[in-house]
Design a protein. Structure first.
Length: 173
C-alpha cells in the first residue's frame, strides 16, 4: 500500500543502508585478503612456451614448486604436450587429460591416441593437452632420499621385494 504509515523515504533509506552493510560484511568474510591477514605466498603461474615437437603436436615444460608449502623453494619441471584445435578461429579452450596411473605418461598417451579418436567437434574447438606428472617419463624424476645411504637406513631390514621375503620358509600352521 502506497502511503501507509512507516513506508516513507526514511524507511527505504534505512533498508538500503542495512542492505549495504550486509553486502560489505559478506564481502569482507569471503573475499581473499579481506580478512586483514596477509595471504600466503602463491607460486606464479608457469609461462608455457609451446614449440613444435613433430606430427602436429606442440610441447612445453612447466616449472612448478617442488613443495607448494614453500613456493619460493626448489622447482621441478613437468612435461606437456598439446594437439592444437583444428579450428583456431572458433577455439573454446583446452581439454586437459590424465591417463591415470600411477606412473602413466600423459604425453605418451596423447601422442599414441590417433586424432581421429576424438569427436570432430571436440578436435575443432579444443586443444587436447596431456602432461607427465611428477616423477613420470619426461618430468623431473622423484628423489625421495638425498642419497642411497639415507634410503638404505630408512628401509633398514625390509626385504627388497616388500615386507616379507617370498623365498623364506613359511611356518606350518
Amino acid at each position: 500500500m502506497r502511503g501507509a504509515a512507516g513506508d516513507g523515504p526514511g524507511r527505504r533509506a534505512g533498508a538500503r543502508l542495512l542492505f549495504g552493510a550486509v553486502v560489505l560484511a559478506v564481502a569482507a568474510a569471503v573475499l581473499p585478503g579481506a580478512s586483514g591477514t596477509a595471504a600466503a605466498a602463491q607460486p606464479p603461474v608457469p609461462a608455457l612456451h609451446w614449440a613444435a615437437c613433430g606430427n602436429g603436436f606442440e610441447c612445453a615444460t612447466a616449472a612448478v614448486p617442488l613443495d607448494y608449502d614453500h613456493p619460493g623453494g626448489p622447482a621441478i619441471s613437468l612435461a606437456l604436450i598439446r594437439l592444437p584445435a583444428t579450428d583456431q578461429a572458433h577455439r573454446i579452450g583446452s581439454l586437459l587429460t590424465n591417463p591415470g596411473g600411477p606412473g602413466l605418461s600423459g604425453v605418451a598417451s596423447i601422442r599414441s591416441t590417433p586424432p581421429s579418436a576424438y569427436p570432430p567437434g571436440m578436435r575443432a574447438r579444443f586443444d587436447i593437452i596431456g602432461f607427465d606428472p611428477r616423477g613420470v617419463a619426461r618430468s623431473t624424476p622423484i628423489q625421495c632420499f638425498p642419497s642411497n645411504r639415507a634410503r638404505s637406513r630408512f628401509f633398514g631390514d625390509v626385504a627388497a621385494g616388500g615386507l616379507e621375503d617370498p623365498q623364506a620358509e613359511q611356518p606350518e600352521h
